[in-house]
Design a protein around this ligand. Structure first.
Ligand code: T46
Length: 149
């Protein structure tokens, strides 16, 4: 029978295992290039987010990021314009990769949640697409390809 796909479609959710070293407490290590595939140019931390409020709801044109939930929990929803996948992160030994042109949303956090984000690029508000319709147009190729810039 023709037309059957031999491999399953790759998941949007890419999880990196982060080594935890137990030594008078716990040390989590993210080191380039072992755990993260780019040199880190910015780290930021989301501390005590407002419970029940969604964050993210955007994509980046070029910036790559790894998000780690150091405390509490967060539901991560990723969307490439064709499919939507989600997972709950709740431990510091897992990082989720947020690749460019993948829409991401963070929900189900509470005041106890502490998130660390390791970014490939410095902060640039122009790197964000915050409109879902604009994101869909971009991934369908109806607007300028950011990769061609
Ligand atoms: C992302 C997710 C995971 C800065 O001035 N510099 C920075 O480096 C960052 C990250 C933010 N800001 C300012 C911009 C806004 O006035 O902080 C404020 C909150 O930012 P935003 O509404 O984008 O926060 P989130 O939690 O929705 O998104 C953040 C990152 O901005 C974003 O890149 O991927 O975390």
């Amino acid at each position: 029978m023709g037309g059957e796909r031999s491999t399953a479609e790759e998941s949007l959710i890419k999880i990196v295992n982060i080594p935890l070293i137990e030594d008078d407490g716990i040390i989590c290590v993210v080191q380039y290039p072992d755990q993260i595939p780019y040199p880190i140019h910015r780290a930021y931390f989301i501390i005590s987010p407002v419970a029940g409020l969604a964050r993210g709801q955007h994509t980046h044109k070029e910036n790559r990021q790894m998000l780690i939930c150091l405390k509490g929990q967060v539901r991560m929803t990723l969307d490439d314009g064709k499919r939507r996948e989600e997972m709950i992160l709740s431990s510091p030994d897992k990082g989720i990769m947020l690749e460019p042109m993948v829409w991401h949303e963070m929900t189900d956090m509470n005041e106890n949640t502490l998130l660390a984000v390791l970014a490939s690029d410095r902060y640039d508000p122009e790197d964000y697409i915050r409109s879902y319709d604009e994101f869909l147009r971009a991934v369908k190729g109806e607007t300028t390809s950011y990769a061609d810039k």
